[in-house]
Design a protein around this ligand. Structure first.
Ligand code: VGL
Ligand code: ZN
Length: 201
């Protein structure tokens, strides 16, 4: 077992981010066996679940004339527009059936406010609205995090950067992550994470 101050954070291993899903990440399901094995080793395991209402402002369909993967300005900054995905209560929003979600101790849902997206497990994209995860971890004496899941260059990277800024020691286990890689986003975020002191294992 890993020491009790070290938590595993499993980001968005949901049907819509896996092959056949609405925002499929290439080989998104190839990481699940390794994640299941890791979950059994950690005394604190947190799953995140992207959980959007159908009218969510990150969906291209809710912006007249806008194409998926284009960018718009939101009050909190630039926002990529996505195909509709992880709509609350749908099969696409469910955890992949192979994921041992029974081994998790906490599920953090994010992105449920229509006006704001939330890539990070800690803060929504305005960088102000908290999910409460940092408080949960601190109350349990956790100082170190290992992050795995989908997608490396969006929800995993935003979570890693926020967690490092909050003072946690952060490792991203890259072999248990897969990326969307939109216009070089993977290399850009790997650089940002390294510069922030995130260990890219
Ligand atoms: C994600 C785009 C939109 C992710 C979530 O989990 O990386 N990416 N919503
Ligand atoms: Zn989303």
């Amino acid at each position: 077992m890993r020491p009790s101050h070290h938590a595993l954070i499993v980001i968005d291993v949901q049907n819509d981010f896996c092959p056949g899903g609405a925002l499929a990440v290439a080989q998104g399901d190839a990481i699940i066996a390794q994640i299941n094995a890791l979950m059994a080793e950690f005394q604190t395991v947190v799953l995140t679940q992207d959980w959007h209402p159908a009218n969510h402002s990150s969906f291209a369909v809710n912006h007249a004339g806008a194409a998926p993967f284009s960018t718009v300005q939101m009050p909190y900054g630039a926002q990529t527009l996505w195909p509709s995905h992880c709509v609350q209560g749908t099969k696409g929003a469910a955890f992949h059936p192979a994921l041992r979600s029974d081994l998790a101790h906490l599920v953090i849902r994010k992105g449920f406010r229509a006006a704001i997206d939330s890539y990070s497990a800690l803060f929504e994209n305005d960088k102000i609205t908290t999910t409460g995860l940092a408080g949960f971890l601190r109350e349990r004496g956790i100082t170190a995090l290992t992050l795995v899941g989908l997608a490396t260059d969006f929800c995993v990277a935003f979570s890693a950067l926020d967690a490092a800024a909050q003072g946690f020691g952060v490792t991203v286990l890259q072999e248990a992550c897969r990326a969307i890689d939109l216009d070089g986003s993977l290399a850009r975020q790997q650089q940002a994470m390294a510069a922030a002191g995130v260990v890219l294992a």
